[in-house]
Design a protein around this ligand. Structure first.
Ligand code: FAD
Length: 633
C-alpha cells in the first residue's frame, strides 16, 4: 500500500486564484470545513497578474451604465454564444461583489468625488472597470487572503486552532479526482511539489478553480501553472467541457526581446488613450470595424479622440473594439508588411499622455518595458502583438450553482465555460471570479448539506492514482525514452502554428495528427532522479493534461466551420447564424477526446427584448426570431 498523507474536509477547493478564494470564503461562511489547494505559492495565482480592472456596472463614471448595458455588451462581445443566464447573473451581481471586496478591506482608485473610479476597456459601452492602478488583481487577492486570515482568527477564538475549519495547502498539485461507485465525487489525490509525497483529500465536494490552459501555446501571457489541469481532471472524472475552440489571443503582448515575448501589455493602455499604429504611422483600426459593430464606433480620429472626454456626443475609438477583432487586425497589418521591426505593431501612449500621467496610471507597464525591453513608454511607442491569453471554453456548469455534470464537482473562474461565449471582454474575468466563485462555494456547501451519506474513497483508487503518478520514473517497456521538455515544446509549437489565431481545416488536421503522435510518445516520457522537488517529473504529469485540453481545442476547432470570436477559420471566414446556438461538448474515452454538438437553451424572452431586432438579425436565424415582439408588430 502506498504511503499517503490523508485529510478530510467538507469541501476541497483546487486553486487559490480569485475564483477559488471567493469559493473558500463562501463555503467557510456557510459553516463547512474547507481546504484550499494550490500548485504555486499562496498568493501567486494568475489573478494576481490581472492589471486593468474588474468590470461592474456601478455607474460611477457614467450614470447611464446599468446591468442591462453590461449584459448587452457581454453578449455582443461573446457574439451571442454566451450562456445568457451566466451573463445575466454576472451583470446583475458584479457591482455587489466589488462593494463587498471593499468591506473586506480592498481600496479601489477613486473618482474626484470619492466614488470607485472606473476605466474604459474594449467592448464596454461605458467606463466600467474598477481598478487599482494597473495592479487590480493584486488588490483582489490581497484582500481575499486578508478575509481568509480573519476567518481563521475567528476559528482560533472558537476552536483554539487557526486551521480548524479552513486550511491552505500551498505548492501541492492535484493529479486525480476520486469518485465513488455511484460516480459521485469522494476526494482528490495529489503530491507535495517539494517532497513529492502523496496526499489525499477525502471530501464529498470539490470546487475546481484552476484557471487556464495557456501553457499549451508557445506565445502566451500565462505563467507556468496554466496547464489545463482542472479541465483535464474534470474530463477524467466524467464531466463535460464546452466552447474549447474559443481561445482568446490578446492583441497586445510584448514582442521583443524574445525572452519576454507574450508578456501582457494591459488593455488599460488603450483604455487610457493609447492608440495602435502601423509602420506608416497610420491608426489602422478605423479600417477594421466589422459589419456587426458598424455605427457603434468612431469613423474619424477626431471623433475617437473627443470620445475620451465626451462620451455622450461621440462614438468610441475602434482601438477599443473587442479583443478578437483587434488581434485579427494586428495580424493582418503584420502580414501585409506594415508591422514593427520585431513583427508586431506600435502602441503609442507617449504622444497621448504626459510622462507623469503615464507613470501614475500605468506604473507596472512603465517598469515592465523599462526593465525588460529597455523602452521608455513615456517617450517612445511600445511594440506589441497577439499572445494566447485566456480560454473561453471550460467545464460545463449550472449557471446558478456552479455544479458540473458530476455530482459533487463544481467549477468557477477561467476553468469553467459558458459565461463569455466565443470571446471574453477585458475586465469580465475578475468580476466572473467573484460572482461565480461565490456561487460555486455556495453550491458546494448546499450540496454537502443535502447529502445523507458521504461517499467513500476506495483504497484501490488511491493506489491506482499513486501508480499513475510514478510511471515517468520507469524506463519505457519498448521504444526510446522521451524527454518531457522536448514534448512540451513540440506541443506548444504545434498549437501555436496550427491551431492559433487563424485556423484552416488542413492545418488543424495536421495538428491532430501531431497530437496523436505526441500522445503515443508521452507514454514513454521518462524522468531521472526521485520525487523530491523534480520539475521534470512535474512537467511529465502536467503534459498529460495539456495534451488532453489541446486535443479538445483542436477537435472542436475542426468541427466549427465558421469564424466567431476567438475562433477564426480562414477557410470559413464568415460568422454563420446556424452555428450560433451550437455548443461543442467534449468528453473523454480513456485518453481520447470526443466532441459532440448540442443546442443551447434559447435566451429568455425578457432578455432577448433588451436588444433591437436589427441587431439580433445579424446573429440569429430567421426561425429563432419568429417569436420576437418586433416580428409580431
Ligand atoms: P487563477 O487565478 O489562474 O488561479 C488558478 C489556481 O489554480 C492557482 O492557485 C494555481 O496554482 C491552481 N492550480 C492549477 N492547477 C492546479 C492543480 N493541478 N493542483 C492544485 N492547484 C492548481 N482579467 C480581468 O478581468 N481583468 C484584467 O485586468 C486582467 N488582466 C490580466 C493580466 C494578465 C497578465 C493575465 C495573464 C490575465 C489577466 N486577466 C484579467 C485574466 C484573469 O486574470 C484570469 O482569467 C483570472 O485571474 C483567472 O482566475 P482563476 O481564479 O480562474 O484562476
Amino acid at each position: 500500500m502506498t504511503e499517503v498523507e490523508r485529510h478530510s474536509y467538507d469541501v476541497v477547493v483546487i486553486g487559490a486564484g480569485g475564483a477559488g478564494l471567493r469559493a473558500v470564503i463562501e463555503a467557510r461562511q456557510r459553516g463547512l470545513s474547507v481546504a484550499v489547494v494550490c500548485k504555486s505559492l499562496f498568493g501567486k495565482a494568475h489573478t494576481v497578474m490581472a492589471e486593468g480592472g474588474c468590470a461592474a456596472s456601478m455607474g460611477n463614471a457614467n450614470p447611464n451604465d446599468n446591468w442591462q448595458v453590461h449584459f448587452r455588451d457581454t453578449m455582443r462581445g461573446g457574439k451571442f454564444l454566451n450562456n445568457w443566464r451566466m451573463a445575466e447573473l454576472h451583470a446583475k451581481e458584479a457591482p455587489d461583489r466589488v462593494w463587498e471586496l471593499e468591506t473586506y478591506g480592498a481600496l479601489f482608485d477613486r473618482t474626484a468625488d470619492g466614488r470607485i473610479s472606473q476605466r474604459n476597456f474594449g467592448g464596454h459601452t461605458y467606463p466600467r472597470l474598477a481598478h487599482v492602478g494597473d495592479r487590480t488583481g493584486l488588490e483582489l487577492i490581497r484582500t481575499m487572503q486578508q478575509k481568509i486570515v480573519s476567518l481563521q482568527q475567528e476559528d482560533f477564538k472558537t476552536h483554539g486552532d487557526y486551521e480548524a475549519k479552513l486550511k491552505v495547502f500551498a505548492e501541492c498539485t492535484i493529479t486525480e479526482l476520486m469518485t465513488d461507485e455511484e460516480g459521485r465525487i469522494s476526494g482528490a489525490f495529489g503530491y507535495w511539489r517539494e517532497s513529492g509525497r502523496f496526499i489525499l483529500f477525502e471530501a464529498p465536494a470539490v470546487v475546481l478553480a484552476t484557471g487556464g490552459i495557456g501553457k499549451s501555446f508557445k506565445v502566451t501571457s500565462n505563467s507556468w501553472e496554466y496547464t489545463g489541469d482542472g479541465h483535464a481532471l474534470a474530463l477524467r472524472a466524467g464531466a463535460t467541457l464546452i466552447n474549447m475552440e474559443f481561445v482568446q489571443f490578446h492583441p497586445t503582448g510584448m514582442v521583443w526581446p524574445p525572452s519576454v515575448k507574450g508578456i501582457l501589455v494591459t488593455e488599460g493602455v488603450r483604455g487610457d488613450g493609447g492608440v495602435l499604429k502601423n509602420s506608416e504611422g497610420k491608426r489602422f483600426m478605423f479600417e477594421y470595424v466589422p459589419d456587426v459593430f458598424k455605427g457603434q464606433y468612431a469613423d474619424s480620429e477626431e471623433e475617437a479622440d473627443r470620445w475620451y472626454t465626451d462620451q455622450e456626443n461621440n462614438r468610441r475609438t475602434p482601438d477599443l473594439l473587442p479583443r478578437d477583432e483587434v488581434a485579427r487586425a494586428i495580424n493582418s497589418e503584420v502580414k501585409a508588411g506594415r508591422g514593427s521591426p520585431h513583427g508586431g505593431v506600435f502602441l503609442d501612449i507617449a504622444s497621448r499622455l504626459t510622462p507623469e500621467e503615464i507613470k501614475k496610471r500605468l506604473p507596472s507597464m512603465y517598469h515592465q518595458f523599462k526593465e525588460l525591453a529597455d523602452v521608455d513608454i513615456t517617450a517612445e511607442p511600445m511594440e506589441v502583438g497577439p499572445t494566447c491569453h485566456y480560454v473561453m471554453g471550460g467545464i460545463e456548469v449550472d449557471p446558478d450553482t456552479g455544479s458540473s455534470t458530476v455530482p459533487g464537482l463544481f467549477a468557477a473562474g477561467e476553468c469553467s465555460g459558458g459565461m463569455h461565449g466565443s470571446n471574453r471582454l477585458g475586465g469580465n474575468s475578475l468580476s466572473d471570479l467573484l460572482v461565480f466563485g461565490r456561487r460555486a462555494g455556495l453550491g458546494a456547501a448546499s450540496y454537502v448539506d443535502s447529502l445523507e451519506s458521504r461517499p467513500a474513497v476506495a483504497q484501490s483508487a488511491v493506489d491506482s492514482a499513486a501508480r499513475t503518478a510514478v510511471v515517468p520514473f520507469d524506463p519505457p517497456a519498448e521504444g526510446a525514452a522521451e524527454n518531457p521538455y522536448t514534448l512540451h515544446s513540440e506541443l506548444q509549437q504545434t498549437m501555436n502554428d496550427l491551431v492559433g489565431i487563424i485556423r484552416k481545416a488542413d492545418e488543424i488536421s495536421r495538428a491532430l495528427a501531431k497530437l496523436e503522435e505526441i500522445k503515443k510518445r508521452v507514454r514513454n516520457v521518462t524522468v531521472e532522479g526521485h520525487r523530491q522537488f523534480n520539475p521534470g517529473w512535474h512537467l511529465a504529469l502536467d503534459l498529460r493534461n495539456m495534451l488532453m485540453v489541446s486535443e479538445c481545442v483542436a477537435r472542436a476547432a475542426l468541427l466549427r466551420t465558421e469564424s466567431r470570436g476567438g475562433h477564426t477559420r480562414d477557410d470559413h471566414p464568415q460568422m454563420d447564424s446556424n452555428w450560433r446556438n451550437k455548443l461543442l461538448v467534449c468528453t473523454v474515452d480513456g485518453e481520447d477526446v470526443i466532441v459532440t454538438p448540442k443546442d443551447q437553451e434559447p435566451m429568455r424572452q425578457d432578455l432577448l427584448e433588451l436588444f433591437e431586432l436589427g441587431e439580433l438579425e445579424k446573429y440569429y436565424t430567421e426561425g429563432e426570431l419568429a417569436s420576437h415582439p418586433g416580428r409580431q408588430a
